[in-house]
Every structure is written in structure tokens, then in C-alpha cells.
Design a binder for this molecule. Sequence first.
Ligand SMILES: Cc1cc2nc3c(=O)[nH]c(=O)nc-3n(C[C@H](O)[C@H](O)[C@H](O)COP(=O)(O)OP(=O)(O)OC[C@H]3O[C@@H](n4cnc5c(N)ncnc54)[C@H](O)[C@@H]3O)c2cc1C
Length: 477
Amino acid sequence: MASFDVIFVGGGPAGYVGAIRCAQLGLSTAVIEREALGGTCVIWGCIPAKALLESAAIANRVRHAADFGVTVGEVKVDYGVAMKRSRAVSLQNSKGVEFLFKKNKITYLKGTGTLTGKNTVSLKTPDGKEEKHDARKALVVSTGSRVRGLPQAGLELNKTTIISSDEALILEKAPASIVIVGAGAVGCEFADVFNAFGSQVTLIDVMPNVLPLEDIDASKEVERSFKKRGITILTGAKISNVKAAKDSVTMTVEAGGEKKELKTDIVLVAAGRAPNVENFGLKEAGVQLTDRGFIKINEKMETTAKGIYAIGDVAGPPMLAHKATREGHVAAEVIAGHEVAYDVRAMPSVAYTEPEVAWVGLTETEAKEQGVAYEKSAFPWAASGRALAMDAGTGLTKLLFDPETKRILGAGVVGTSAGDLMAEAGLAIEMGAEIADLALTVHPHPTLSETIAFAAELAEGTITDLPNPAARRCAKA
Ligand SMILES: Cc1cc2nc3c(=O)[nH]c(=O)nc-3n(C[C@H](O)[C@H](O)[C@H](O)COP(=O)(O)OP(=O)(O)OC[C@H]3O[C@@H](n4cnc5c(N)ncnc54)[C@H](O)[C@@H]3O)c2cc1C
């Protein structure tokens, strides 16, 4: 039996970041991982999906190259090549995590871990050996989540014609037709990718809009762009009568008062993920779950069992890599004895679609639902020189702020690099900045970041880049 201060089970963004931070804080640390370091994010999620989206973006850009005065030959796309590049990017990232483990002297234990007590884990190695390991200070459950089908709609994953994002990431070629069930970020990103690679794409969701968790203005803009590019969108939809044959699937879809029979090569189910909590010894160790089946934790990442912590997807939504890494940091600091808690005011979320959509803090939809008083300001990118130069004039930057204190409550962008632009707004919310702070910060010209300052100036009545009747009223007052 080997003994460590801390053992993490699961080497995804929650576990690997938590482990590195523990090691930095002087704790002897081990990570048990059954697949590869980096977890879903690096192997089956964020990174390979973004690599494919990059290929899609290049294809779309090149198709319009002539508008920019660049003539290229006929555009040919090859999903297999894009997929191989995406796998290579994944592997490179995973190897990077392994390198960091070596540098930080973290023990990487390959295999499947199971809790066998408050501070012991049993490890089943790839060659079938059983080992016991002891965690003197803390055990951290960072087992993440996995794909799931939609059995209630007749969509059990069969990995050939009814697939998940895992299989979509390793297809050798783009299908002629694909139905994507679930229009959240993952579903919309794959809709974008397969559309760019020539598949006939139908995107279905039970909710009334695509990206239902995002701001309504953003959802509408993505819908408009998708439809323009030939993606069929069926929202408020109900699926029934699913029949999977060897190389196709048929189903009935009711949407907008119409009933349609659909036949497709492949159905991709992107309707949420399940936390990895089963057959792991959680109950026996006294670790309780929430009503929704995630591990119950407090703001220090402590579970209901002393000495056992949980972080990342397994500890509840939002299922996002940056939420997982933040929790990894918090768990490590708490285990090292520091007075730290998870206290995030502004969690960004991004859909890397074309156009990209990002939000941080309250969305307008949430503000309405929660009865939060707000004012808003929206700057259209048609008035941004940089956006026009980039052919991105349909974008929008929107700020929500408190009518009394003028503090920023939320910010959203639809358009190129929306995710990157969210960092500034996130900082503004975390620091309790007011709308004037954004307006008075000098932003480099010409950049898309200016659109944040312009939206703030619009709220302040000081904008000069749009017609501004409020300015004269301010001057007279
Ligand atoms: C297609 C797709 C795209 C995504 N894109 C984004 C994005 O752009 N941005 C974003 O923020 N998020 C994105 N996500 C979500 C993101 O990947 C997850 O939120 C994140 O990976 C969660 O990290 P985690 O460490 O909690 O769990 P995971 O990354 O799931 O890692 C858990 C690890 O634990 C291992 N494990 C589980 N059980 C055991 C066991 N018993 N023994 C040993 N090892 C075990 C698993 O093999 C896995 O490697 C995406 C997800 C998908 C599917």
C-alpha cells in the first residue's frame, strides 16, 4: 500500500488542476485516472471539439475568401483529416498534463479507483492487478461525467447510428445527413461543424429556442445564422417512433403544430451528461447525493463524509471546465488548511458557434425570471469599425446593470471571439465595477473589445459612435 497526503480519483480539469495545486502547496499527491490525463475536456470535449470548430471556421471563411479579394480553388472538406488533427491536438494537451505531473512530482496511478473507506482507495490497474492506496489528509472525487442517451425518447445510444459526442469526435467522414438532438452548446457546436463539412443538419430541441440557457437575443441571432446556412431547426419539438436500422434512423418529430417523418444517417444525442457516481463506494463511505444525482458539497468542496471532497462535473452544474478547475483550486487550498471557499459571482459560458455566443453573470432572461431590477444597453457591431473590417457586423454586445448602483450584473456578446471578450466583463462583475468604469477604461482601437466600452458609453449617454439623443439631454440638465 502506498500512502499520500491527497488522492484524486479522476484526472480531468477538476482533478488535474486540484492535484497540481496540492503539489504546489507541498502535499504529496496522487491521481488515479482510468483513461488519459485531461479527462472529458481534453480527450472528449472542449479541446477536440474546438479543434474541429477551427476546421469548420476555416472552411466557412475560405468559402467567402473572394469577398476579401483572395481567390482560392474549389473548397474541398475532409472530416477524417480534421478529426485526425483534432485527436492530435487532444493528445498533445494530455501529454502536457503528464509533463506537468512529472514536474510537480505527482504520482499518476493508471487504472480505475473505488473508495474502500474514508481514506483508502482500491485501484484496479490496466493489467488487472488490485492495489490499495491510502490518503492521509483527503480523498477527492473528481470522476466527472459521461455521455448518455435519451431513452425516454427512444434514443438509446448504439454508437453507430445513434451516437454521442464521443463517437462524433472520431467519425472518419461526415455523414450525408445528421439529426442532432439537443440544441445546447454541444449540440449547436456540432451542428456548425457538420454543416461546414457538408452534412445536411437538423437540430432538434424540446425547448422553444436553440441555446436555451443563453440570452434570448443571442439564441435568436444563432438561429438566424444557422437557418441562413441551411441548418433545419425544430424547436419546441417532441420525438417519437424512433427506429434504428443498420445504416439509418427514422423518427417522427412534432414541432410548431406539424408532424414530420425524418430519415437520417446518424442521430447525435447531445442532451446532457450523467455524473460518474455509480459503483464507486460513495454510499458506503457516507457520501450523499443531491436530488439530481450529483455529489452534495458545501462551499469548501467538502462532501457529507469527513475527509472526502468532490469537485467538477460530478459535484453539480454548470458542467463547465472552468468551473471544474476553480473547484480544484478551492479543494486544494482547503485541504492545505487555508481559509478559502468557492465564491464565484460571475461564471462565464460560451457556445463556440458561428456566431460565437458568450455570457457572464445574469442573462436578461434570468433577470426577468428572478425579478431582478436591471437596465440594459446593447451596442450593435454594425457600428464597430473592426467588426466591419472582419465582416462581423451582425454581432452585438449587451450589458445589464443595476439601475441604482450602476454595478454590472451581466454581459453578453454574440459575435467573433465572444468568449475572449467575456474575460473583461467577468472581471468587472467580480470587482463590483460600475458601468462608468467600463466606459472610462481606454480600450485599444480598433478592437472588438471597444464594443464593451461602447455599450457602457451608451448606458452613460456619452457615446459618440452612435446617434445619441441622450447626450444633448445630459448637456442641458
Ligand atoms: C463535446 C463537449 C464539449 C465541451 N466543451 C466545453 C467547453 O468548450 N468549455 C467548457 O468549459 N466545458 C466544455 N465541456 C464540458 C467539460 O468537458 C467538462 O465540464 C469538464 O471536463 C469537467 O471536468 P471534470 O474534471 O469534472 O470531469 P471530466 O473531465 O469528465 O474528468 C473526469 C475523469 O475521471 C475519470 N474517471 C471517472 N471515474 C473514474 C474511476 N472510478 N477511476 C479512475 N478514473 C475515473 C474519467 O476517465 C475522466 O478522465 C464540453 C463537454 C463536451 C462533452
